[in-house]
Design a binder for this molecule. Structure first.
Ligand SMILES: Nc1ncnc2c1ncn2[C@@H]1O[C@H](COP(=O)(O)OP(=O)(O)O)[C@@H](O)[C@H]1O
Ligand SMILES: [Mg+2]
Length: 378
């Protein structure tokens, strides 16, 4: 029992004892004092009902009745007719204890219920607040996405417009170059002009590819075939850089439903990045494997492991951002395009890298069930 309850019980007991002693010790001829003492009993009864409810009120009124009864019976004579008023007072003690206790109890139950409703309301309010914050954030994101897509559209139109004059600049530079001999400073300038136009053209083309990707032509696609083509395309570059290039394919055919040309483009971007990051004497190994996933389907995993310079943590956070590049002639679009292509095929592209050790680019593509291979949904 709590200390406050004990104190309250003690107080009530002392109260009852004090009033009872006043009754028993005051001479009977001072009846007006007895009348006051009689009413004093209501104080502990009402207090008990307020503090302990119906049970407390009743227990106190019964106690008062028990201690008061002998006083009526033995000191006042106990005649029913003469002392009727005192007997009625005892009945009233119990009625007051009972009614006050009941009222207090009901009030308490109601306040508990009110508290519960208030708690529920507070919870709903918090939920509502969280939801409204979420809605505001989503709305802001949507607005930003809308703005970005308009900007992207405009930039794509601009890029398209830049491509044609670039072709003319390059063409005329080629013609001008014929008028000079190698070694002539003007010849060198024109060479630089051609190289820079080529780079600009590459940026514009990459950008257009990303901003307005061509619709995918999904078909049965053997992953090994695409990788072999990529290895063939970069073999010469690898030889020049003195980087050993190896393709280790899965034992059986890995067939995915994909746009072969786009997949090849993604693989090529990653292979070129790996070669550019690897110093002579290093290696690039491309591994293909098939692994099962939790839902019972299979996934094809292609790993491009290079022993290059690696990517530090700060750069790792940015390499998928369009136009992020650490190369003087880079476009910063290779990885962004590759990831877009892979995700467009329902796959994922991840990068694991350690500075000075190397980088591994992991592409995972879903392998559809045989029956689903020809469905247009995949
Ligand atoms: N295999 C890799 N090893 C080290 N750094 C890499 C590798 N692949 C990508 N990167 C980093 O990611 C950046 C972005 O790559 P990418 O989007 O292909 O653009 P770009 O090749 O034109 O710079 C590169 O500039 C380079 O810093
Ligand atoms: Mg690149």
């Amino acid at each position: 029992m709590k200390t406050s309850t004990n104190i309250r019980i003690l107080l009530l007991t002392l109260f009852i004892i004090a009033i009872t002693l006043l009754h028993y010790l005051t001479p009977l001829n001072l009846h007006y004092l007895h009348d006051i003492f009689q009413r004093l009993y209501y104080l502990p009864i009402i207090l008990a009902a307020i503090w302990f409810g119906l049970f407390g009120g009743l227990a106190c009124s019964l106690t008062v009745s028990i201690v008061y009864a002998p006083h009526i019976l033995f000191q006042w004579g106990g005649h029913l007719t003469i002392e009727l008023e005192k007997y009625l007072e005892i009945v009233l003690y119990n009625v007051v204890g009972c009614v006050t206790g009941l009222l207090v109890q009901r009030e308490r139950e109601r306040s508990v219920e009110l508290q519960k409703t208030a708690d529920g309301l507070e919870l709903s309010f918090k939920k509502l607040q969280a939801q409204s914050e979420q809605i505001i954030a989503i709305e802001a994101n949507l607005r930003r996405a809308e703005k970005l897509s308009t900007l992207g559209e405009m930039a794509a139109v601009l890029a398209h417009e830049i491509r044609n004059p670039l072709g003319s600049i390059r063409g005329t530079a080629e013609i001008l170059k014929d008028d000079y001999n190698p070694g002539d400073p003007k010849y060198e300038f024109i060479e630089i002009q051609i190289k820079e136009t080529e780079r600009l053209n590459r940026v514009v083309e990459d950008f257009l590819r990303m901003a307005r990707p061509l619709p995918s032509e999904m078909a049965r696609c053997r992953v090994q075939d695409e990788l072999e083509t990529v290895v063939m395309l970069v073999a010469d570059d690898a030889r020049k850089r003195q980087v050993s290039l190896q393709l280790e394919s899965a034992a059986s055919d890995v067939i995915v439903r994909a746009d072969g040309e786009k997949l090849r483009q993604a693989f090529l971007n990653i292979a070129i990045n790996a070669l550019q990051a690897t110093a002579s004497g290093g290696s690039l190994t491309i591994l293909t494997s098939v692994c099962g996933v939790e839902d019972g389907s299979n996934v094809c995993e292609i790993r491009f492991c290079d022993s290059g310079c690696g990517i530090n943590a700060a750069s790792q956070a940015k390499i998928f951002e369009p136009f992020y590049t650490t190369k003087p002639d880079g476009t910063g679009l290779g990885l962004a395009i590759s990831r877009k292509i892979v995700e467009g095929h329902g796959g994922t592209l991840e990068i694991e890298s350690a500075v000075g050790v190397g980088t591994t680019v992991i592409i995972r593509l879903p392998i559809p069930l045989d029956g689903a291979m020809n469905s247009p949904a995949i």
